[in-house]
Design a protein around this ligand. Structure first.
Ligand code: ADP
Ligand code: MG
Length: 701
C-alpha cells in the first residue's frame, strides 16, 4: 500500500543505503521516504532565463550568465589562498572569486570556451562579484530549456562530502516520486479544497519538487502551507477546546480583604492602564469556572510582578494557596525579596524554596504548605519536586516561560485534584504569528505600556578598538553615582574559553578601575550559590560600582541605580537575549545606556542585530527581526525549519494565511467537534496518526 511506501526507511531507497541513511537521519531529520518527500526546495534555479552582465543590479539575487572565463589570477603570499578571474559577455565583465578547491579551478577553464554561470551576486569594494559560482560547460541545445525550474535543497557540509549535495537530493526525490505508483492520500476534506481553491495533496507534493513554472510553485506552496498550518492549529485548538470543556477550574468568587487592603494602602504606585486591563482579564478567568491558562506578555520593566501579586492575593482571599516559579535561583530570590517587601505590612505568609534551601529550613516549609498555613511560595524547579505537597494550591505563576517546557508546567497539575489556574509570564515579546502557532492553546494578555517616566535606553555600538572611549565613559558614569553591568557570553560548547575571557576581562578592568577607589564584583554560573548571592548583594547594596557577569543576570534582576549595560562580544548574543539584557537598565529616573562591544569584523547577520538594537527599543520590532533572521534561511546548510519546526510555512510572511486557517479550523470544530462526519474521516485519521491526540472528550464537560 502507498501509505506503507512513504513509511519505508530511507535506507531502502535506491541510491541511499545504510551509511547515507544514517547521515540523512542525523543531518536533516530524514528517516523515511515520506520525510524526504517533505524536504522541500528552499529556492528554484530558473534556467529559463539568461541575463546579461550589464543587467546585474542587486546583490543577494541569483543570475544565470553565458560567457567566457578570462584573466585568471592567483593571490597569496607563501601559498595561493584565493583565485580570481573575469567572466565576460558582450555586455561587460564581472569578477569571480574562489577560496577553495583552487588546484582544480586553476585548470578547469579554457580561455576560448563558453560557460554557463549560475550564482548569487555579492558586493565587494562597491563592485559586484560572484564567489564560488556554479559553472558548467555551455551546450547551446541544452540552455535555455524553456519553462523549467530546478529545486535547490538545503543540505550540509557532511552530506555534500558523502555525495548528497542539493543536486543528488533532487535526484533521489525525483526517483522516489516516479516510484510512487499510487496517489498520495488526501488529508483535507474535499469541500474544503474546493472552497479555498487548493490543489490535491498528491499533485502538490509532485509539483513542489518538479514545477514547470512559477505558478506551479505558488499553487503547490499554498496548498502545503495551508496543510501545515491546518494541522498545527487543529492540534492547538483541540487542546484548548478540551481544556475549556472539561477542566473545571477552581472558581474564585470574590475579591476580598487582602486585595482591597493592598490596593488601598500598600500599592506603591498607581497602576498603568495596561496593568489594570490585564488584571481585569485575569480576574475574569479566575471567576469563570474554567481553568485559566494565560500567557502574560510584557516587555522587561513593564511591571508584571505587581500583576502576579494581585492575582495571588485573589487566590488567597478565596482561601487558596499560590505558587510562583522562576527559572533561576537569582530570579527566585529577587522575586521573593520584592514580594516580601510589597507585603511587609500585610497578614500574608510567604516563603522561598530553592535547590539551596537548607534541609532544616525545608521541613517547616513542606509542612506549612501541606497544612495550608503558608499561603505563597516562591521558588525554582524545587517547587515541582514530588515531596512538595499543597493543601489547596489554586494558582501557579511561572515567570520567564521560555525556560520551562510544557511538561514542567504540567507537573503542577499533579499536585491537586482540580488543576490550578496557570499564569505564564514572559518578557520575550512574541510576534502575533508566533503566538498563534507556538502558544495557540493559551489565552494571551499583553502589557503594552511602560510605567510613566521611563526614558528609552540609549544604545551605542563600539568596536573593541574604541575601548578607551568606553573606559572614560564608564568613569564618568561612576563619578555621577551610577552602577554598571558588564556582561560576557557564556555558551555551553565554549564554556571553558568563555570563562577565561571573562576572567581576563575582569583582570584588565581591575587595572583600569583600581581598588580601593573602584570596586568590582563578579557573578557567573559556575560559582556556588552562596558566593553568587554574596557578590550580587554587594552590587544590590551599592557597594560595588561594576558587576562583571555572564548571562546569569539575563532575567529579572532589578537594580534601578544600575544605568549602564556593557555587552562584550555582543554579536555572539541573539537579538532577544540582547533585548533582555538591555532591559536590565533604564529602570530608574536617569538616562541609561547600553553599549554593544564587538570586533570590527562582523557577519552580515551580526551587523543587522547590532543595527537593530541601536535603532529601536521596541521589543516587538526586535522580535520580528529576530524571527526573520532565524527563520527559513536562504543559505545552504542551515535547517529550513524556523523556530517552530515549520517545513514550508514562514511566520513573517504568512500572518494572514495563519489567521485564515485558524478560522477555518475553528469553523470545522464548531460544525463537527469530534470529527464524526464522513467527509472528515481522512483528516481525523491523519491527525491522530501524526499528533497522537484523540478526539475523545465529549463525555466530560
Ligand atoms: P517586569 O515586567 O520586567 O517583571 P517589574 O515587575 O520588575 O517588571 O517592574 C519593573 C519596575 O517598575 C519595578 O521597579 C516596579 O516597581 C516598577 N513599576 C511597576 N509598575 C509600575 C507602575 N505602574 N508605576 C511605576 N512603577 C512601576
Ligand atoms: Mg520580572
Amino acid at each position: 500500500m502507498e501509505r506503507n511506501l512513504l513509511d519505508n526507511k530511507i535506507e531502502y531507497l535506491k541510491g541511499v543505503g545504510p551509511k547515507r541513511a544514517e547521515l540523512l537521519n542525523k543531518e536533516l531529520d530524514i528517516y523515511t521516504f515520506g520525510d524526504l518527500l517533505f524536504h522541500f526546495p528552499f529556492r528554484y534555479i530558473d534556467k529559463s532565463q539568461v541575463h546579461k552582465i550589464s543587467e546585474i543590479n542587486s546583490d543577494q539575487v541569483y543570475y544565470q550568465l553565458i560567457g567566457k572565463v578570462t584573466q585568471m589570477q592567483s593571490h597569496g603570499k607563501q601559498r595561493v589562498t584565493r583565485i580570481s578571474a573575469n567572466f565576460t559577455d558582450e555586455s561587460g565583465s564581472i569578477e569571480l572569486v574562489w577560496f577553495k578547491g583552487l588546484k582544480w579551478i586553476k585548470t578547469r577553464f579554457e580561455p576560448d570556451k563558453k560557460y554557463v554561470l549560475f550564482g548569487k551576486a555579492s558586493v565587494f569594494n562597491n563592485q559586484f562579484n560572484f564567489v564560488h559560482p556554479d559553472i558548467e560547460d555551455y551546450q547551446p541545445d541544452v540552455i535555455p530549456v524553456g519553462e523549467s525550474l530546478e529545486g535547490v535543497y538545503s543540505t550540509t557540509e557532511k552530506l555534500k562530502n558523502n555525495g548528497l549535495g542539493s543536486k543528488q537530493l533532487a535526484k533521489l526525490i525525483k526517483n522516489l516520486l516516479s516510484q510512487l505508483s499510487q496517489t498520495i492520500p488526501e488529508n483535507l476534506p474535499k469541500s474544503m479544497l474546493e472552497k479555498h481553491r487548493l490543489m490535491g495533496r498528491n499533485q502538490a507534493l509532485h509539483q513542489i519538487h518538479l514545477p514547470r513554472n512559477q505558478k506551479d510553485i505558488q499553487a503547490a506552496t499554498l496548498r502545503l502551507k495551508f496543510e501545515e498550518y491546518f494541522f498545527m492549529q487543529l492540534n492547538m485548538l483541540l487542546r484548548k477546546r478540551k481544556r475549556e470543556a472539561f477542566s473545571k477550574g477552581v472558581v474564585f468568587q470574590k475579591v476580598g480583604n487582602l486585595v482591597n487592603l493592598f490596593y488601598k494602602h500598600y500599592l506603591p504606585f498607581s497602576l498603568t492602564n495596561a496593568q489594570k486591563k490585564v488584571i481585569r482579564e485575569i480576574r475574569h478567568d479566575l471567576g469563570s469556572g474554567h481553568q485559566m491558562n494565560r500567557l502574560l506578555q510584557g516587555d522587561v520593566g513593564s511591571g508584571k510582578t505587581i500583576v502576579a501579586l494581585m492575582a495571588m492575593l485573589i487566590a488567597l482571599d478565596n482561601g487558596y494557596q499560590a505558587a510562583l516559579m522562576a527559572p533561576t535561583e537569582i530570579l527566585a530570590v529577587q522575586h521573593y525579596h520584592s514580594l516580601k517587601e510589597l507585603l511587609s505590612d500585610m497578614p500574608v505568609k510567604i516563603a522561598l524554596l530553592t535547590g539551596s534551601t537548607k534541609a532544616r529550613d525545608r521541613k517547616p516549609i513542606h509542612e506549612s504548605l501541606e497544612d495550608g498555613s503558608l499561603q505563597i511560595i516562591i521558588g525554582t524547579h524545587a517547587l515541582i519536586e514530588e515531596k512538595v505537597k499543597f493543601k489547596h494550591l489554586a494558582l501557579t505563576i511561572i515567570d520567564e516561560q521560555h525556560r520551562f517546557g510544557v511538561a514542567q508546567r504540567a507537573r503542577f497539575w499533579e499536585k491537586t485534584t482540580t488543576p490550578p489556574h496557570m499564569l505564564v509570564m514572559t518578557a520575550t515579546p512574541i510576534p502575533r504569528t508566533l503566538a498563534m502557532t507556538q502558544y495557540g492553546d493559551l489565552d494571551i494578555s499583553v502589557i503594552d505600556e511602560l510605567p510613566p517616566g521611563r526614558k528609552p535606553v540609549k544604545t551605542i555600538h563600539l568596536y573593541h578598538s574604541q575601548r578607551l572611549r568606553l573606559i572614560s565613559f564608564m568613569k564618568k558614569q561612576i563619578a555621577e553615582g551610577r552602577q554598571i553591568y558588564i556582561v560576557y557570553p557564556l555558551i555551553k560548547e565554549s564554556e571553558k574559553l568563555d570563562l577565561i575571557y571573562l576572567q581576563e576581562g575582569y583582570e584588565s578592568l581591575l587595572r583600569d578601575f583600581p581598588e580601593p577607589h573602584y570596586r568590582i564584583c563578579v557573578v557567573h554560573g559556575q560559582m556556588k550559590a552562596e558566593d553568587k548571592e554574596f557578590e550580587m548583594q554587594r552590587f544590590v547594596k551599592g557597594q560595588a560600582h561594576i558587576m562583571v557577569a555572564t548571562t546569569v543576570i539575563e532575567v529579572g534582576v532589578n537594580i534601578p541605580n544600575a544605568s549602564v549595560m556593557v555587552i562584550e562580544h555582543a554579536d555572539r548574543f541573539g537579538l532577544s537575549q540582547l533585548h533582555q539584557l538591555r532591559g536590565r537598565v533604564g529602570r530608574g529616573a536617569d538616562q541609561s545606556y547600553c553599549i554593544l562591544m564587538t570586533d570590527f569584523k562582523l557577519s552580515a547577520d551580526g551587523r543587522k542585530r547590532m543595527s537593530t538594537m541601536v535603532r529601536t527599543t521596541d521589543g516587538f520590532e526586535i522580535a520580528a527581526v529576530d524571527l526573520e533572521l532565524r527563520g527559513p534561511g536562504e543559505t545552504q546548510g542551515t535547517r529550513q525549519s524556523g523556530p517552530v519546526g515549520l517545513k514550508i510555512g514562514n511566520l513573517i510572511k504568512d500572518e494572514k494565511l495563519i489567521k485564515h486557517v485558524r478560522a477555518v479550523v475553528n469553523q470545522m470544530l464548531d460544525d463537527d467537534p469530534h470529527l464524526l462526519k464522513p467527509e472528515n474521516q481522512n483528516t481525523k485519521a491523519f491527525f491522530i496518526s501524526q499528533f497522537r491526540q484523540s478526539f475523545d472528550w465529549g463525555q466530560i464537560g
